[in-house]
Design a protein around this ligand. Structure first.
Ligand code: CU
Length: 137
């Protein structure tokens, strides 16, 4: 009996040491080599604009143009129609295109140039929110 107890005690100590060593070793060496797969998100350059809507009709709302970007043929007449009676205007960056002036309703028609390109305009009363473009193509 006595020798059994001694031997059993020694065995327990050895087991405890091995568990302790195994435990310590297990905490290091993990979390290496992970988190290295997130390098695929490089496709979002070169955009910046939505595809223009092919139409010659734009709605002038309260602080927005809709559609914001349109595409027309060279020389096409574009019609802006006010959907509210608040005062807005259609003012092109290109001075050769006739601007609407301030209007509180109604509509404005302008013939676009024959030259292809992007023609941007804004409402000068609300320039931060009311911007649009006409692509002649
Ligand atoms: Cu406006």
């Amino acid at each position: 009996m006595k020798s059994f107890h001694v031997r059993r005690g020694a065995h327990w100590m050895a087991m405890s040491l091995m568990l302790a060593v195994a435990g310590c070793g297990g905490d290091s060496g993990t979390n290496t080599g992970g988190n290295t797969g997130n390098t695929g998100n490089t496709g979002n350059t070169g955009g910046g604009g939505t595809t223009p809507t092919v139409t010659t009709d734009v709605t002038v709302g309260d602080d927005f143009f809709n559609p914001t970007s349109i595409q027309v043929s060279p020389g096409a007449t574009v019609t802006w129609t006010w959907s509210s009676n608040r005062v807005h205007n259609v003012t092109f960056a290109d001075n050769t295109i006739t601007d609407s002036g301030d209007q509180g309703g109604g509509m404005h028609e302008t013939a676009m140039p024959m030259a292809t390109g992007d023609y941007t305009y804004q409402c000068t009363i609300h320039p931060s929110t009311m911007q649009g473009s006409v692509t002649v193509e």
